[in-house]
Design a protein around this ligand. Structure first.
Ligand SMILES: [Zn+2]
Length: 191
């Protein structure tokens, strides 16, 4: 009898390990609010769940940003090991300079970060980004996601940060005229 009661309480305790308290002390997580709960580890918090604390929320989103930053950096590094994309990048800037002299800049060398991601080419004034996708490194085989979804994810990331994004695949360099057309259409639409 006693055993079953204690095990039942054990389960409850785990769910409610924050104890409501009355204190004038501040939240230990640095949000500046008065603490209302005390945890098993003796930490005081403004909320029953630390994840609801403003400061903890901020901390979590910073952590996530840093993580995205790292993932993107690794992606770039991985790309850098393959010579092909670098040649492609040079080819791309030649095409861009022919179409729009000196308007786009190659920033894929980590010189420009937008919301934790490093785009390949950026217009110097307009909010336009051009991304180069290597056929292999951006394939479903490597990314684990559908090419179309992979494109959309990249686009909506920059869009959420105020940039229109055009994605060009390595294979599109086989038809330069069509590629140029794709770029000019993208550029025209964003005027
Ligand atoms: Zn707090």
């Amino acid at each position: 009898m006693k055993k079953s009661t204690s095990s039942r309480f054990k389960g409850k305790k785990r769910l409610h390990n924050a104890m409501r308290i009355l204190t004038t002390e501040l939240c230990d997580y640095g949000c500046g609010e008065i603490a209302k709960y005390k945890f098993k580890n003796r930490k005081l918090c403004c909320s029953e769940h630390t994840s609801a604390c403003k400061k903890r929320k901020q901390f979590a989103s910073n952590l996530l940003n840093r993580l995205y930053h790292t993932i993107d950096f690794l992606e770039k590094r991985k790309k850098g090991l393959d010579m092909k994309p670098n040649l492609l990048e040079k080819h791309m800037i030649e095409i861009l300079n022919k179409l729009y002299p000196d308007e786009f800049k190659f920033v894929g060398d980590s010189s420009k970060w937008i919301g934790g991601k490093n785009p390949d080419f950026k217009h110097k004034e307009k909010k336009l980004i051009i991304e180069l996708f290597g056929d292999y490194w951006h394939s479903k085989e490597v990314t684990g996601i559908d090419e179309q979804i992979h494109e959309q994810e990249r686009q909506s990331h920059f869009e959420n940060n105020g940039y229109k994004t055009l994605i060009i695949w390595e294979r599109e360099f086989k038809n330069i005229e069509r590629l140029k057309l794709k770029i000019t259409e993208f550029y025209r639409k964003e005027k």
